[in-house]
Each structure stands twice: as C-alpha cells, then as structure tokens.
Design a protein around this ligand. Structure first.
Ligand code: ATP
Length: 229
C-alpha cells in the first residue's frame, strides 16, 4: 500500500534521513521506534507531504505521491496526527469535529459517530470548549477527527507522550480497535505498548532503518525491542 523508496531527507544542508526503504502492507499496524533525534517525526512528515525528500520516491497504491501537498494526500485518505496535541481551543469539541466533517465532506452526524464510537464519553464534552479537555481527551479528539472522511492510512506521532497511565490505556484500546481496519504508522516510545499492538516494528537509528521486526515472537519481546534501539 505504501512504499518509501530510498529517500533522503534534509533540513537545509543537514541531512537527517538516509536511504530509507520501507514497504507497508494494507491493514497493518506499524510502529516506528528509535532514540530522540533518530528522525522518526521527519519520516512521518515526509510521508504526509510536509517535507519533500531530496532523493527517492514515495508510492501510495502504486502511485508516486512524492511532493504532493498534505491537503491532496488528505483527500486520498492519508491522515496525520502530529505530536503537539493542538485542537482549536476556543471552539467547542463539536465544532472541532465539524471542521473535520467540512474538510472531508462527511455529514456531521457520521463524523460525530466516528468520534463517539472510539470514545463514547466524548458525548459529555461536545459542547465544552476543546481547550478545556485534558491532554488525553485532546489526543482522542484528534484521532477521532482523523477518522472522519475515508481514511486509509493514518500516521500518528507519539500518541501517548506526556499522558497518565490510565489515559495511555484508553489510547491503547482505541489503537487496538483500529487494528486491521486501516493502515496505521505510529511513532511511539512506550515499548510495552508497541510490543502489545504492533504487527511490524521499524527501528530508526541516526537517520537510517537499522532493523525491521516482523516476527510476533520478536515484537512481543520487550527486552529485544529495547536492545534494538
Ligand atoms: N525543522 C528542523 N530544522 C532543522 N533540523 C531539524 C528540524 N526538525 C528536526 N530537525 C533535526 O532532525 C533530526 C531528526 O529529528 P526528528 O524530530 O525527526 O527526530 P525524532 O526521532 O522524531 O526525535 P524525537 O523523539 O526527539 O521527536 C534531529 O537531529 C533534529 O534536531
């Protein structure tokens, strides 16, 4: 479904990704792990069109999407939930969902259902200003918004970063419910969570793919994941 073919990515003269080659199957939950600065966020941004690689190509359903802008990719079903957990704080939760409905052309009732399906408790917060939500609730709202429309590939950057353990559990449940329904690529530092949910783990080290784990027994082995970083 997605093929990243030998891309290099740089910020100005500083190259941060080297010869990245990945092939992702539809419906899989793929985690990207690696130490701080390994280039995980840069890889996600390159796939969603926020940064153009200086070398190589990216294919989505066999079509070369290199250099296409994020809004074009959005309408082809690619969603990106970035790590800053920013919502429109002065709008209500429902209005935030309306924005996603408007962007995607999906009727509001269906958009609301998609969010409530993954987190029924959000019903109580619909008329609240989104700025009043906790960090975890914002993350859930952002994931819910990304499900509005017809997403096929969802990229999520550090969904559990800075969240309390109980909320991490809620997010893990949501991610686990998405398994098999769409393709997800998730950057995550929480290795027990990665180990529990991943179909494939890609380890980035200093801008290069240093290891790809496909074998369930390897993925479930947290000590091995730790050692791979
Ligand atoms: N806008 C930018 N301009 C210049 N350099 C950048 C920019 N964004 C990131 N970098 C550098 O690129 C490298 C990779 O950063 P990136 O954020 O992709 O790593 P990461 O693995 O996601 O790290 P973290 O876990 O800290 O988020 C780092 O050396 C970082 O300092």
């Amino acid at each position: 479904m997605l093929k990243v073919a030998d891309i290099d990515v740089a910020y100005g003269h500083a190259k941060v990704l080297y010869n990245i080659f990945l092939e992702l199957e539809a419906g899989k939950t793929v985690f990207i792990v690696g130490r701080n600065g390994a280039g995980k966020t840069t890889l996600l941004k390159s796939i969603v069109g926020l940064i153009r690689p200086i070398k190589g190509s990216i294919y989505y359903d066999n079509e070369n999407i290199t250099g296409l802008l994020p809004n074009k990719l959005y309408h082809r079903g690619i969603r990106y939930v970035n790590q800053d957990k920013k919502v429109f704080g002065s709008l209500t939760v429902q209005e935030n969902i309306e924005l996603a409905a408007f962007s995607s052309g999906e009727p509001l009732s269906r958009a609301l259902n998609k969010v409530l399906e993954i987190y029924p408790k959000m019903k109580e917060f619909l008329q609240l200003k989104a700025g009043q939500l906790s960090g975890g609730q914002r993350q859930v709202l952002l994931i819910g918004q990304a499900l509005v429309g017809d997403p096929r590939l969802m990229l999520i950057d550090e969904p559990t970063q800075g969240l309390a353990a109980v909320v991490i559990n809620d997010i893990a449940k949501i991610l686990s419910r998405l398994r098999g329904k769409l393709t997800t690529i998730i950057v995550e530092q929480n290795l027990p969570l990665v180990s529990r949910l991943a179909d494939q783990v890609i380890v980035l080290k200093e801008g290069k793919v240093s290891r790809i784990l496909n074998d369930v027994s390897e993925i479930r082995n947290i000590a091995l994941l730790e050692k791979s970083l």
